[in-house]
Unconditional design. Sequence first.
Length: 107
Amino acid sequence: MKITPVILAGGSGTRLWPISREDEPKQFLPLINSRSLFQDTALRFQDSELYRYPMIVGNEIHRFLIQNQLKELDLNSHEIILEPIGKNTAPALTLASMRMSKLIEGY
């Protein structure tokens, strides 16, 4: 059975202000190289022998950032779960777990 990676792409961008802001938090900024931290993370899971496509949990307000950054890398196989309101890690993981259980049933 392949591993389904879960990428938590939430966060409000307040800790690295003014570089990072609510509309573009740190995970979507190119801080280390020409790619964002989010893009670098998504690229780590491209070995199709080991991994299914990644499941990404992010905030609704970052929907287009997530989609555009995946598109820049030509990563078309993924699933995005959008939280209406960010509530930290536990609810995000719960959403991913619930969705994963549905995927595994049909696997």
